[in-house]
Design a protein around this ligand. Structure first.
Ligand code: NAP
Length: 305
């Protein structure tokens, strides 16, 4: 059984930034990275809102640079999958399929996944006109026509944001009433660039290598219609990857890890950062920022025990 000062679970920008701080503090730091280190960003083609890169950088390249930076500073990064955590006593124990590790402090940075509709055409066109993040990709749709799928606060917020670029935004919702807060609904309804289409679900996203339209079905009449457009933004919620700590640290009603202002969970010495503890921003730069803050507090914790 190998012992560490800090074990970080997750290898997106939050986890890797935390590991850079842990290693630079001279602490023995392990990242349990899972089978594909890099997290959600691996699916992103062009990132141009992460400072420091004059030209767009792919998610793969950005994460490879971060991982190499952390390794150079002494972090051990393993491609194992964390299966079980014992947070009931210190040192904490992390079990992967292959090994058992002990640590003074744990940082959970397991991220969140956007929920998808599950259509074959949607999965094929992710990064080619299908996106789950208007903040990340809206800029590419200047003067174009796009749609947002969903009726919650995220869908409304994304639709409003997209009107900064697109000439027309369809908001397509499966019911005859939006779920979003009243004030958000009013903003959407008052925006002349947004057209709400109620009672419809997507049946196919059209396009070979690039989105050119969407087929939607009326859930009441089963009638199908086609809309020509350039981008489809899926905003039907996120799923935080918090299963590993369920019942061990406090989660909110949606499964996000609850942290205090030091990014510490309900268990002293256990911290969380990035999208698994972020119900609002879900941006790589924010994940890196919270990774830094969680690590600085984990370092203090380790030095105090
Ligand atoms: P959400 O509130 O769960 O809304 C998801 C929306 O997607 C719902 O309208 C739902 O339809 C629809 N949907 C779910 N699965 C679908 C499917 N398979 N096909 C078609 N539509 C589907 O998620 P969210 O909007 O991401 O918000 C999550 C939480 O963050 C909420 O508590 C929200 O208030 C909060 N939030 C707040 C703000 C803000 O205050 N500025 C911004 C964003 C998010 P139904 O309505 O029919 O269920």
């Amino acid at each position: 059984m190998e012992n560490f000062d800090i074990i970080i679970i997750g290898s997106g920008p939050a986890g890797i930034t935390a590991s850079i701080y842990g290693s630079r503090a001279g602490l023995k730091t392990l990242v349990i990275a899972g089978p594909a280190p890099g997290g959600q960003l691996l699916q992103t083609m062009d990132i141009e809102n992460f400072p420091g890169f004059e030209h767009p950088i792919s998610g793969f390249d950005l994460m490879t640079k971060m991982i190499n930076q952390s390794k150079r500073l002494g972090t051990k990064i393993i491609n194992e999958f964390a299966k079980e955590l014992d947070l009931s006593k210190t040192p904490f124990t992390v079990k992967t399929g292959a090994n058992i590790y002990q640590t003074k402090s744990v940082i959970i940075a397991t991220g969140a996944n956007a929920k998808w509709l599950g259509l074959e055409s949607e999965q094929r066109l992710i990064g080619r006109g299908v996106s789950s993040c208007a903040t990340c990709d809206g800029f590419f749709y200047k003067g174009k026509t796009v749609c947002v799928i969903g009726g919650g606060d995220s869908a409304c917020e994304e639709a409003i944001f997209l009107t900064n670029f697109a000439q027309k935004v369809y908001l397509i919702h499966r019911r005859d009433q939006l779920r979003a807060a009243y004030i958000m609904q009013e903003k959407v309804k008052k925006n002349p660039k947004i057209e709400i289409i109620y009672d419809h679900i997507p049946s196919e996203i059209i396009g070979e290598n690039k989105v050119s339209g969407i087929k939607i079905k009326n859930v009441k009449t089963q009638e199908e219609k086609k809309i020509d457009l350039d981008g489809v933004f899926i905003a039907i919620g996120h799923h935080p990857n918090s299963e590993i700590v369920k019942g061990k640290v406090k989660l909110d009603d949606h499964g996000y890890i609850v942290v205090d202002s030091n990014f510490q969970t309900s268990v002293p010495g256990v911290f969380a950062c990035g999208d698994v503890a972020d119900t609002v921003y879900k941006q790589a730069i924010v994940a890196s920022g919270t990774g830094c803050m969680a690590a600085m507090n984990a370092i203090k914790f380790v030095e105090s025990v």
